[in-house]
Write a protein that binds this ligand. Structure first.
Ligand code: PGA
Length: 246
C-alpha cells in the first residue's frame, strides 16, 4: 500500500474552504481505500478533520509538552486531539531558521509521545550541482535522527520525505529513477540505526496527477508528499485513484 501525505501548507484561508476540501478527501477516499492517506491541514483546521476516516498530520510542533511557550503547539496536544503524524524539518521551515538541532529535539519529543514523525530532507540546486547531494542528506539524517540512548518509542514508525529543495513548488520535479536511487541511499544509510523501526520513504517536490505514477512505480518509493496539488480538488481524485492501484 502506498502512502499519500497531503500538505496543505498555509492554505486555504477560510474554514469554509478547508471543510469543503476535507469533505472532498473524505468522499474520494471512500472509493480508494487501498491508500494510506494522511492529511496535513494547518493547525486551526485539524479539529474539523478529526472525525473523518483518514489519518491526520500536523505541519509542525514544538519539542516540549506544556509550559510558558507562547504561540507553540505541543506534540502532546496533537496526540490528545487524535493526530498521529507530524511533519518536521520541511525546507520551508529550515529556510526560516529551523536548525538540525531543533529538528532533532522535535523528533525525540514526537517519538516520546508515540506519534510518527515525517522528517523532510533534501538538497538545494547549488548543492546538487556541486555533487554534494549525498553528503547533505547524510548530514541531515545524522543530526536530525540522533536519538538519546534511553529513548525507546512504543510506536516504532518513521517516515522520511526526500524533497529536493529545488523541486518544491517549482514544477521542476526530480527524475523518478534518480529519486529511486536516492531513496535507496537513504534506506541503506538509516537501516543500521533504525533496523527495528518501520521506515517508509516518500518523495516530495512538484508531484501531481501526471507524474505520480512514475514515482510510485519505483521500488524504493513508498509514497508521495504532495503540496500544491493537494489543495486542487480535480487533482485529488486522480492522485488517489492512481495510488489506489498499487
Ligand atoms: P509541492 O510541495 O508539491 O508544491 O512541490 C511539496 C511539499 O510539501 O514540500
Amino acid at each position: 500500500m502506498k502512502t499519500i501525505v497531503a500538505n496543505f501548507k498555509m492554505n486555504p484561508t477560510s474554514e469554509k474552504e478547508a471543510v469543503s476540501l476535507l469533505e472532498n478527501y473524505q468522499k474520494n477516499y471512500e472509493n480508494f481505500k487501498n491508500v494510506n492517506l494522511i492529511i496535513a491541514p494547518p493547525f486551526v483546521y485539524l479539529d474539523k478533520a478529526k472525525n473523518l476516516n483518514f489519518s491526520l498530520a500536523a505541519q509542525n510542533c514544538f519539542y516540549l509538552n506544556e509550559g510558558p511557550y507562547t504561540g507553540e503547539i505541543s506534540p502532546l496536544m496533537l496526540k490528545n486531539l487524535g493526530v498521529q503524524y507530524v511533519i518536521v524539518g520541511h525546507s520551508e521551515r529550515r529556510q526560516m531558521g529551523e536548525t538540525d538541532e531543533i529538528i532533532n529535539k522535535k523528533i525525540q519529543s514526537i517519538l516520546n509521545n508515540e506519534l510518527t514523525p515525517i522528517l523532510c530532507i533534501g538538497e538545494t540546486k547549488e548543492e546538487k550541482l556541486k555533487g554534494k547531494k549525498e553528503e547533505v542528506l547524510k548530514n541531515q539524517l545524522e543530526k536530525d535522527l540522533k536519538l538519546e540512548n534511553n529513548l525507546s518509542p512504543v510506536n516504532k514508525s518513521i517516515f522520511i520525505a526526500y524533497e529536493p529543495v529545488w523541486a518544491i513548488g517549482t514544477g521542476d520535479f526530480c527524475d523518478p529513477e534518480e529519486a529511486n536511487l536516492t531513496h535507496q541511499f537513504i534506506k541503506e544509510f538509516i537501516h543500521y540505526q533504525f533496523f527495528n523501526f518501520d521506515v517508509k520513504i516518500l518523495y516530495g517536490g512538484s508531484v501531481d496527477s501526471k507524474n505520480i505514477k512514475n514515482f510510485l512505480n519505483q521500488l524504493n518509493i513508498d509514497g508521495a508528499l504532495v503540496g500544491g496539488a493537494s489543495i486542487k480538488k480535480e487533482e485529488i481524485a486522480k492522485i488517489l485513484e492512481i495510488a489506489n492501484s498499487y
